[in-house]
Design a protein around this ligand. Structure first.
Ligand code: 13P
Ligand code: 13P
Ligand code: MG
Ligand code: MG
Length: 378
């Protein structure tokens, strides 16, 4: 009989990290999540056999469920648990009279998976290393393409990630899975070989979004992602503006991957993203602690939180609030200055989004009003 050869990664159980999030009611307006909703989520996830561990938090007005389990991606049970949790939180939001209760729950009936039903999802299944640090990035008042610039910088920019130049274990670069979210197509591209082509696509961030990043052959299995981003498009599901698709991402770090500080470094620049007031404005990304994850000025500016974890036997352990750090104070100040500068443009582009993107807001309704008053110039 042939001896059974098992590779170490086959006998180690894989873990799945799932971040599933939804806006089920704002307190007040679209600023933050009421503590009672967080409590509902805690109570709902506590003691559930299906989960190895969980952490409930919020980013602006989005309720965020960070979960670990062994069910793989797209698990019906895990998605059902998240859906039921959002439903219960919606009931609570209604009782408390919160704003836009159930905003992101766009369907009444759960049918096995929350994809396409409103919530945003970033999930990945992988074989954990001996020490497995990862960061959960949570954004509010923006869209999935907002992750293109930081994810590119982390995994492909040698001016950001020193390891690409000086660490033999990541020197070969990474593979990017890029989605065309308008045409529902995807492409895999390698960095550094195709770096300029990657940038040609992902610079158009409302259409092409980085979905996953994979290692090339080397220290880590090439078929297990090292980063994953949520790519839901609410307006495509709802057919009208119901709030932006405030995105989330999971990024693994260290030992054959960018170091933690390289993963956080892109956020030292308050890059411009679309979203902000009514999902219709360009504005600067502001990295903040969870306690400052409250969207106030002009419903923003757009925020990003970073929670760091060290996985142990599938458990999350404590969460480190990584932007709760004076090292990011200058970025926040610069972001506030850029917010001032952008705001002074009022309803003018490029503060307001271009017409093409406004199609998915309430502007077409306004345009309809005077449709008949236009006279031909021909
Ligand atoms: P590892 O590649 O061993 O994770 O260490 C690199 C590092 O942390 C430098 O900052
Ligand atoms: P959210 O997508 O975060 O609910 O924000 C909607 C909005 O219109 C903010 O002005
Ligand atoms: Mg909202
Ligand atoms: Mg939101």
């Amino acid at each position: 009989m042939q001896p059974l050869i098992l590779f170490p990664r086959d006998i180690m159980s894989k873990v799945t990290v799932s971040i599933i999030k939804a806006d089920v009611g704002g307190f007040p307006g679209h600023s933050t999540v009421h503590p009672e909703l967080m409590k509902v989520a805690e109570d709902n996830l506590k003691g559930k056999d299906i989960l190895t561990d969980y952490h409930v938090t919020h980013c602006g007005d989005d309720l965020e469920l960070i979960m670990t389990h062994e069910e793989g991606e797209d698990s019906e049970e895990v998605h059902a648990l998240a859906w039921d949790t959002f439903k219960e939180a919606t009931d609570k939001a209604e009782k408390l009279g919160l704003y836009g209760a159930g905003q992101d729950l766009l369907s009444d009936a759960f049918s096995g998976n929350v994809r396409g039903m409103g919530p945003g999802i970033a999930e990945m299944e992988f074989t954990p290393r001996k020490a497995e640090p990862f960061v959960a990035f949570l954004m509010d008042k923006t869209e999935p393409g907002a992750f293109n610039l930081p994810i590119f910088k982390i995994f492909a920019d040698p001016f950001n990630t020193a390891g690409l130049v000086i660490d033999p274990s990541i020197h070969q670069g990474f593979r990017f899975e890029i989605w065309d979210i308008k045409e529902s197509k995807r492409i895999f591209m390698d960095s550094p070989e195709e770096m300029y082509d990657i940038l040609a696509l992902i610079g158009a961030k409302s259409r092409f979004v980085i979905k996953r990043v994979y290692p090339k052959e080397g220290k880590l299995p090439g078929d297990e992602p090292v980063a994953a981003v949520s790519t839901e498009k609410l307006y495509q599901i709802a057919g009208e503006y119901v709030g932006k698709d405030d995105p989330v991402a999971i990024v693994r770090s260290q030992s054959g991957l960018p170091a933690l500080g390289e993963v956080l470094e892109p956020f030292a620049h308050p890059f411009l993203v679309s979203g902000w007031m009514r999902g219709s404005h360009n504005g600067p990304m502001m990295p903040v602690s969870i306690k400052n994850s409250v969207c106030t000025r002009f419903d923003g500016p757009p925020r990003v939180n970073a929670l760091g974890f060290q996985l142990k036997n599938g458990s999350l352990g404590d969460a480190a609030d990584l932007f709760d750090d004076p090292a990011f104070d200058p970025v926040r100040e610069e972001s506030a200055k850029i917010a001032d500068y952008m705001r002074r443009h009022g309803p003018f582009e490029p503060h307001r989004l271009p017409m093409e993107d406004m199609e998915y807001t309430t502007l077409p309704g306004v345009m309809k009003e005077f449709e008949d008053r236009f006279e031909s110039l021909k």
